[in-house]
Design a protein around this ligand. Structure first.
Ligand SMILES: Nc1ncnc2c1ncn2[C@@H]1O[C@H](COP(=O)(O)OP(=O)(O)OP(=O)(O)O)[C@@H](O)[C@H]1O
Ligand SMILES: [Mg+2]
Length: 1046
């Protein structure tokens, strides 16, 4: 219920507290400033012109308001249109929407909003759409001909409009009827400063193409026309040229034929051109002033345009024919009269053209009589007006508004009464202002102001506005709502604002002072017959049809009804129409005079609020009870205020509402229980209820919050607890499982051991022990067998020098393999030894001995190894001479070789034959066959030899003299080619002969004894020596001999 919740101010003025003008204005202002331009008074919509496009219209909003009931959304014209349309469609009630307000307050915009809403929500289909289109397109045509720019409104409707839209039973539009009221025709000839003539003139001049203009005998320049206000030929935000195209198009859509459109434009052009007809003074022969047309061109052109003889027109404009039963008198008109006639003709033509257009539209949108239809009327009519100088027009306009107010009061009160009756609530008299007395003052058939005016117009004799005023003064001198200078004077009231020619009426909306000047004329609204006859004579079908009274055959002397009477009549029809329908009101308010957005001038709005009788509206609406609501929705909204109805209530809504209100102990005067609704007398009570509801809602919200928070904490706690239990159970379970696993594993291990142990025990008991060993041995053996067999088949050659041996197949056999290799080698050696002859054995022993003595010491040793020791190098066997040299029993010669003896004194060498026997070393000169020296082996004390390649060696002897000489000769220094063999054999011979191991020194330097002294022998390697064994001895001093090995 946005009406009560979150609204800016109050959305329904029925709820206004206190109900005074000030608070009403404040409320409207507050809402206006918050762009809430709509406010309700019950089902009346007050609309304050925003002068800006608000984002509250269009299909989206239409869809929204379509789906909700009146009070469910913010106040809006759509809500009102929706209620009206739904009531029409669903409850078969004809509707009317009354839109009133000052000029520029937004009536026409509101009516368009209503129409666009209805067009959007009513049915669809080709036929329906074309009807909709026709209805909607009537607006631009009527606006072009009936609207003009005024100081207050750029697009001011200068006529009243009532449009009946007719629907079929499904709610689809069938057509409509438009009624127009009181076009402001004076505008055709004269406009106020800053205002314009009707839009169509400017649109025609701006939008017609050159050809059309030519055909209409017009010029494009606005300045060429007297009737057009040249000051303001353009209006901001309006494009006359494109509007003209739109009007032409709209006329086509509505169903105007090409010719008709053309004729309408021709008549429009005619009016424009009439303004340019200049009348000048002309003097008649009798001296009476007369008039004539100055420049015949315009008259000529008009004649050509509408098929009229220019003379006819001129005559009609400048003279008047007075016709009585017997004769016809033609009198000339003076200039003023002629101008008046011309202007009257222009106004009349235009007014009739406008009426013709409305009728023509009606012809096209009318619905066949046979069809049953529902009607929605939209009334866009001028509101109450108080100008500085109020004339006849304002009088009739205000009369119309007075009547509409009366309709409103009566209908609203009637409705209220009916509702009370329906609901079974006693009707108490309501204090409100009944404007019936004012309506009577104006419209009473015999004693009303309009009746007096008619009477005055028809009265023979001198009739003037002042006689009319005098009549009023006389008649209404005692009337409470009538005032004039005369009545004031009678009451001794002094009021300088009241003119002599004025009277004042206290309308429901305020006092208005009217000036009677022109009342008679305007009411008569007569067109000289000459003019209408002239027009009828035109060869122009449309123009002719506009002046049927011009037809001489139809001349009737009966006066046409006066303007006042006509208007009264149409107002009567309108009110009758409205009474037959369900009314919906839109009250438009203009917030400022400057058409400025956001500006709210309180005084201005206050005046309008008074004209519109808004306070009066609220009072009537609040007659008795300010607020009512069905029991169901009321209980739904307020049942939370009672513990009995909240949260559950199983009994009826009415009892529920009673229960709630009882508990709140409200005054019984404040409430009335109808059959279906509860009535609340003052808004205060409703606000009290709302306040209680707000507090209760807070309580409930707290309760809900509390419960919810408690529930949330509980569930959270439960969840945590559950989770904690789950986690700990999992943890414990897991721990126990692991513990159990360990115990199980240990048990299994122990079991396995025990079982193994038992099994082994049993096994041992039942099977041979050591089977594994046997098996292992077997395997080992078989491996060894395999290894040995493999070895056997793979044995290397039996050559002693062949050291090859296969690798062991398994690592465990590697030691054995090495052993076997060793064994095999030794076996090969043994085999080799066994097959040697004793000689070879001996030789090898010698070689062995040589190896022990020289291996690794003497450079020439390795060369000596492969060479067998021959022993005899001089052919001893075949030389008996040499055989003799050895002693008789020394046995065989072990070694016979030619050596060189080094002279210890000078280092020179001389050859000698050396023989070695088992007991001696014999040296002899090869040239002489005599033994030179015999050395017993027992005298040989040692031998020295160099480590080089050379064959130099020294035999060290003991001090005893040699065999066959007297004195000791000293050590021998010899050079042998087979020094290794020689010394080896000497060593063995000494060993054998003396059981003594001869010391053999391998050295670079040794001393050789000679007699008493000794010579030091130094063996050196010649630096460039290539390893031969050539020697050169050099004596160095007496005790040193240097031997160089080449
Ligand atoms: N609801 C609205 N939203 C926006 N602008 C609006 C609205 N109503 C009125 N207006 C503005 O106010 C101007 C005058 O409105 P409108 O022509 O409806 O006034 P009116 O009451 O019909 O005046 P008149 O009696 O002179 O015909 C419009 O041209 C438009 O600019
Ligand atoms: Mg308007």
């Amino acid at each position: 219920m946005p009406l009560l919740e979150g609204s800016v101010g109050v959305e329904d003025l029925v709820l206004l507290e206190p109900l005074v003008e000030e608070s009403l204005l404040k409320n409207l202002q507050l809402r206006y400033e918050n762009k809430e331009i709509y406010t309700y008074i019950g089902n009346v919509v007050i609309s304050v012109n925003p002068y800006q496009q608000l984002p509250i219209y269009g299909p989206e909003f239409i869809a929204k308001y379509r789906d909700y009931t009146f009070y469910e959304l913010k106040p809006h014209i759509y809500a009102l249109a929706n209620v009206a349309y739904q009531s029409l469609r669903d409850r078969d009630r004809d509707q009317c929407i009354l839109i009133t307000g000052e000029s520029g307050a937004g009536k026409t915009e509101a009516s368009k909003l209503v129409m666009s809403y209805v067009a959007a929500v009513c049915g669809k289909g080709e036929q329906v759409n074309s009807v909709k289109e026709q209805l909607l397109q009537s607006n631009p045509v009527l606006e072009a001909f009936g609207n003009a720019k005024t100081i207050r409104n750029k697009n001011s409707s200068r006529f009243g409009k009532y449009m009946d839209i007719e629907f079929d039973f499904k709610g689809s539009p069938l057509g409509g009827v438009i009624t127009n009221y009181l076009l402001e025709k004076s505008r055709v000839v004269k406009q106020l400063k800053g205002e314009r003539n009707f839009h169509i003139f400017y649109q025609l001049l701006a939008g017609a193409d050159a050809q059309l203009l030519k055909a209409l005998k017009l010029e494009r320049d606005v300045r060429g026309y007297v009737y057009l206000n040249q000051e303001v030929s353009r209006v901001d935000g309006m494009d006359d040229a494109s509007s003209f195209k739109a009007v032409q198009n709209a006329m086509t859509v509505i169903g105007f034929s090409e010719e008709e459109i053309q004729q309408v434009l021709e008549v429009t052009a005619l009016v424009l051109k009439l303004g340019n007809v200049k009348v000048a003074d002309e003097c008649q022969a009798n001296g009476i002033p007369a008039s004539g047309i100055c420049d015949g061109r315009d008259v000529q052109e008009i004649g050509e345009l509408v098929g009229l003889k220019s003379k006819e027109l001129e005559r009609a404009l400048c003279s008047r024919t007075m016709e009585t039963a017997r004769e016809k008198v033609v009198t000339a008109l003076n200039v003023i009269q002629a101008q008046y006639a011309r202007d009257a003709l222009a106004k009349n033509i235009y007014n009739r053209l406008f009426n013709w257009i409305v009728n023509r539209i009606n012809e096209n949108i009318k619905v066949g009589t046979g069809e049953k239809k529902k009607v929605m009327g939209v009334l866009d009519i001028y509101g109450f007006e108080i100008l500085e100088d109020n004339s006849f027009e304002q009088f009739v306009i205000n009369y119309c508004n007075e009547k509409l107010q009366q309709v409103f009061i009566e209908i609203t009160l009637k409705e209220e009464q009916e509702e009370y009756k329906r609901e079974g609530i006693p009707w108490t008299k309501v204090d409100y202002f009944d404007n019936g007395i004012i309506c009577n003052l104006i419209e009473h058939n015999q004693r009303g102001i309009l009746a007096m005016l008619d009477e005055e117009c028809l009265r023979p004799g001198v009739v003037s506005d002042s006689t009319f005023l005098a009549k009023l003064n006389q008649l209404f001198s005692k009337h409470g709502h009538y005032e004039s200078k005369v009545t004031q004077n009678a009451q001794r009231k002094y009021d300088h604002s009241m003119g002599l020619s004025c009277f004042r009426i206290c309308h429901y909306a305020g006092k208005v002072t009217y000036n009677v000047a022109g009342f008679i004329d305007k009411n008569n609204d007569l067109l000289f017959r000459d003019l209408s006859q002239a027009m009828w004579k035109a060869q122009h079908p449309l123009l002719q049809s506009l002046f049927p009274e011009g037809n001489p055959k139809q001349v009737s002397l009966k006066r046409p009804p006066t303007a006042g009477a006509q208007f009264k009549n149409s107002v009567a029809i309108l009110t009758k129409n409205l009474y037959s329908k369900n009314p919906n009101y839109i009250r438009c308010i203009k917030p400022n005079e400057h058409q400025q957005r956001g500006l709210f001038v309180s005084d201005l709005v206050a005046t309008q609020a008074r004209y519109l009788g808004l306070l009066e509206n609220v009072r009537v609406r609040r007659a008795g009870y300010a607020y009512r609501q069905g029991y169901g929705p009321f209980l739904e909204r307020y049942r939370l205020l009672s513990r009995s109805t909240w949260p559950h209530w199983n009994r009826g809504d009415r009892e529920g509402v009673k229960k709630v209100l009882e508990e709140l102990s409200l005054s019984s005067e404040e409430l009335a229980f109808g059959k279906t609704k509860i009535f609340i007398r003052s808004p205060k009570t409703l606000f009290y209820l709302e306040e209680q509801r707000r507090l209760r809602l807070q309580q409930l919200a707290t309760l809900i919050q509390k419960t919810y928070r408690g529930w949330r904490c509980r569930t959270h706690y439960q969840l945590m607890r559950k989770s904690q239990i789950l986690i700990s159970s999992w943890f414990r379970g897991n721990m126990q499982k692991r513990h159990y696993g360990k115990i199980k594993a240990s048990t299994l291990l122990i079991q396995a051991f025990v079982r193994g142990w038992k099994a082994r025990k049993n096994y041992r008991k039942y099977f041979r022990s050591g089977a594994a060993l046997t098996l292992a041995n077997f395997i080992y053996k078989s491996m060894a067998q395999k290894f040995l067999l493999g070895l056997k088949n793979n044995l290397p050659s039996t050559s002693v020098l062949d050291r090859r041996w296969p690798a062991a197949p398994y690592r465990c056999f590697s030691t054995a393999n090495q052993e076997l290799r060793q064994l095999f080698h030794q076996w090969k050696c043994k085999k080799f030894r066994d097959q040697l002859a004793p000689k070879q054995v001996e030789m090898l022993r010698e070689k062995l001995c040589a190896s022990e003595l020289f291996k690794g010491k003497k450079a020439s040793y390795p060369q000596s190894v492969p060479i067998p020791f021959r022993g005899d190098y001089i052919g001893l066997q075949g030389n008996p001479k040499l055989q003799k040299l050895k002693g008789g029993d020394e046995g065989p010669v072990l070694m016979a070789e030619t050596v060189k003896k080094v002279n210890r004194g000078n280092g020179k060498t001389s050859p000698r034959i050396l023989l070695l026997t088992k007991g001696y070393v014999i040296l002899t000169d090869p040239k002489k066959s005599q033994v030179k020296t015999v050395i017993g082996l027992d005298r040989v004390t040692g031998a020295s030899v160099s480590s080089l390649q050379d064959g130099l060696f020294s035999l060290h002897l003991s001090e005893m003299p040699l065999v066959g000489s007297k004195e000791a000769k000293g050590d021998f220094l010899l050079v042998s080619e087979h020094v290794i063999e020689l010394l080896t054999k000497v060593y063995r011979a000494v060993l054998e002969a003396t059981q003594r191991q001869l010391p053999v020194a391998v050295t670079e330097q040794f001393s050789v004894k000679f007699k008493e002294s000794s010579v030091s022998v130094k063996v050196i390697q010649h630096p460039g020596g290539g390893g031969s064994s050539k020697l050169s001895c050099k004596k160095k001093g007496s005790h040193c001999l240097e031997v160089t090995v080449q």
